[in-house]
Structure formats: C-alpha cells, structure tokens
Design a protein around this ligand. Structure first.
Ligand SMILES: [Ca+2]
Ligand SMILES: [Ca+2]
Ligand SMILES: [Ca+2]
Length: 221
C-alpha cells in the first residue's frame, strides 16, 4: 500500500470512529441536559417524566409471600423495593440522584441510596432499587441496584415519605406511605402503570402482590 493511501485510510478511520465516539458522549451530555426539563410534567396535559411507579415498603411476612427479590428468603428490609420509570422523551442520566426518607437525623434527611455516576435509564425503561439480598429472577431485564450496599432502604410502614432528589439536591418526586394504608403486605403501584394513581397491587391483579421491574401484568417495560 502506498504511504499516501495508508494515511488517507487512517484519516477516514479517525473521522468515522472519532465521530461515533463523540456522538456517544454527546448523547450522555444531552441526556444530562434533558433531565431537569423532563422531571416536571413534560406537556401541558401533565404527562409525567421520571416517575416512581411502584413501591414495596411492607413485604408480607407470611411464608415467602414477601420474597420480592426472589432469593428464597423473606427479609423485611431486603425485599423492599422502589421501581422508577423513565417516561420522558430521552434517556436520562440519574447518576448522583438520591433516595432519602423523611426521618431527620441531626436535622438532615437520611440518604438511603445514591445512584452511581452515569446510571442511565433508557426512554421507556425502569430501574429497580431493592433493599438488599440476592435478587434472583428476570425483573423485566431492568437495571437492579441494592440499597444495602449503602444504607438499606429501611422504609417505614407508616408515617414516612420517600423522596427522590436530583444531583443538585432538588426534590423531584415523592411517595408518601402514610397517604396509603398501613401494613398492606403488598406493594403500591401506579394503576394503570406510569399514568395512574397509586393502588395496592392486589387490587390491580388479584393475588399478585408486586411486580418489580415489570408492568402490573408482568410484561416488561
Ligand atoms: Ca418496611
Ligand atoms: Ca427475599
Ligand atoms: Ca411494577
């Protein structure tokens, strides 16, 4: 190969692969930029961006009924979970977003989990945060995190509000367990998923106590 041809091919390769690489990073940057505008209602009809779609703060203690993480063990802390869905128009980088409870320690809300840097929820997908344990199952193939790696979710069964903050520390969404009934032994889910109001999971699908990582009917997001 002539040296001039080699240099030309090298240049073309650099342009092609270089642009592909930079578009990946640009997508991430765009996702970061898009976050704040999609956390508020994304249209005038009140369509939601990022949403808390399901919360299990009180797993059933009857046998393995409350084994939401599927590891064959019931544990009231480990089997708790929060399911968060991206209903916005773009993928969202939620790295640095944190889940805190409303119980103050030294005047500060306790941080229960902080998403690792560059955690991206694709548009139309969800992430799951379990209290802990060894999640065993498919869970709609969504990303799974364990709060126990940090402090555990430790969601009170009453009198507690779960708050989600963006990386700037701005409160963006909440779930108030006290507004629901106490000790439900099942999750609360938006019904219908994403757009509805919170209802006990078993009222949406009788006998089905939770649906971590999927829609109420078990279909993946
Ligand atoms: Ca609990
Ligand atoms: Ca379990
Ligand atoms: Ca669900």
């Amino acid at each position: 190969m002539k040296p001039s041809l080699f240099i030309a091919l090298l240049f073309i390769g650099f342009v092609v692969f270089g642009s592909a690489f930079s578009s990946c990073t640009t997508d991430d940057v765009e996702a970061v930029k898009g976050i704040d505008s999609t956390l508020v209602p994304i249209d005038t009809n009140g369509a939601r961006g990022l949403v808390i779609n399901e919360v299990l703060y009180d797993p059933s203690n009857s046998g393995l009924d409350g084994d939401a993480n599927g590891d064959g063990v019931y544990n009231q802390d480990q089997d708790e979970f929060i399911e968060i869905y991206n209903n916005g128009p773009t993928s969202l980088n939620i790295g640095g977003y944190s889940i805190k409870d409303s119980i103050l320690v030294g005047g500060l809300a306790t941080t229960r989990f902080t998403f690792p840097d560059n955690t991206v929820i694709p548009k139309g997908k969800a992430v799951l945060v379990f209290g802990g344990g060894t999640p065993t199952g498919i869970f709609g193939n969504c990303q799974i995190f364990l709060s126990m790696d940090q402090s555990g979710l430790s969601m009170g069964n009453s009198g507690e509000t779960i708050n989600v903050y963006n990386r700037k520390g701005t409160l963006i969404m909440s779930f108030n367990s006290d507004a629901q009934s106490n000790n439900p032994n099942e999750s609360y889910t938006l019904n219908p998923d994403i757009t509805g109001s919170f209802a006990q999971h078993g009222t949406a699908v009788p006998g089905k106590l939770f649906s971590p990582g999927t829609r109420i009917n078990g279909v993946p997001f």
